[in-house]
Ligand binder design. Structure first.
Ligand SMILES: [Zn+2]
Length: 239
């Protein structure tokens, strides 16, 4: 869903290390059945930018329909390290809420902040002008005494990356139709070396459904703006 909070409300929320009473109601929906409710003082809460609609390291762009299903399927998913899906020791917390914060138009200051980290600034700029900017926010919690809390608190862990299973198709950003449509003469960028270079598109869009699995702390994610929201509000853009 779209984030309803104003900038002021979000900033106030992020001033607190422990979840508010309203958040505790959401969080306690995930406690194992029969246990006493968790207390706010037992937990630490994080706000993360998990994804957006810009060009990621792999050359792909999530369409808004993917981001919407990513958000809808996020509550209850794990916070973990390095997308190690086959290693249960790498999970340390849970996502309890997720939103899209959309900007149909982005201010000049916002554009500068977004593109600061962009490997494809001119293409990303065109995407923002055409489709707006859509940021996926994830709110997660972990036990306040977990060792990873100090790693996050002291900045050793900050970059994140979303993990999920995508069901959908690849869309040509020039023709606005799937590459599989005979009317599209193009190929996605990962076909480089296999097809005529002039038929490659600078990136490829993915449209469909994302079944979110987890959000990982990583050394460097393929979405350059995906990160813990820090005291500067870093790459998070309000206007
Ligand atoms: Zn095409």
């Amino acid at each position: 869903m779209e984030l309803k909070l104003t900038r002021a409300e979000l900033e106030i929320l992020l001033q607190t290390r422990h979840p508010t009473d309203d958040e505790m109601q959401l969080i306690n929906q995930f406690k194992p059945y029969g246990l006493d409710p968790w207390e706010s003082s037992e937990l630490m809460r994080f706000a993360l930018i998990a994804s957006n609609n810009l060009i990621h390291g792999s050359g792909q762009v999530w369409d808004k329909n993917v981001l919407e299903t990513m958000v809808a399927s996020y509550p209850g998913c794990a916070l973990m390290i390095d997308h190690e899906w086959k290693d249960q020791t790498k999970t340390f917390g849970m996502i309890y809420d997720s939103f899209i914060y959309s900007l149909p138009r982005v201010s000049k200051e916002g554009i500068v902040r977004i593109l600061e980290k962009s490997p494809n600034p001119s293409e990303d700029y065109r995407i923002i002008q055409k489709d707006g900017y859509h940021q996926v926010l994830v709110f997660g919690f972990a036990e306040a005494t977990h060792p990873i809390i100090s790693e996050i608190s002291y900045g050793r862990k900050a970059d994140v990356s979303m993990g999920g299973i995508f069901y959908g198709e690849s869309i040509c950003p020039i023709c606005d139709i799937p590459y599989s449509d005979p009317k599209c003469p193009h190929y996605p960028p990962y076909m480089a070396g296999l097809v005529d270079e002039e038929t490659l598109t600078p990136y490829y869009r993915r449209s469909g459904k994302m079944d979110s699995i987890e959000c990982s702390f990583v050394a460097s994610g393929s979405c350059r703006q995906a990160r813990l929201i820090d005291s500067r509000l870093n790459t998070f853009v309000f206007t």
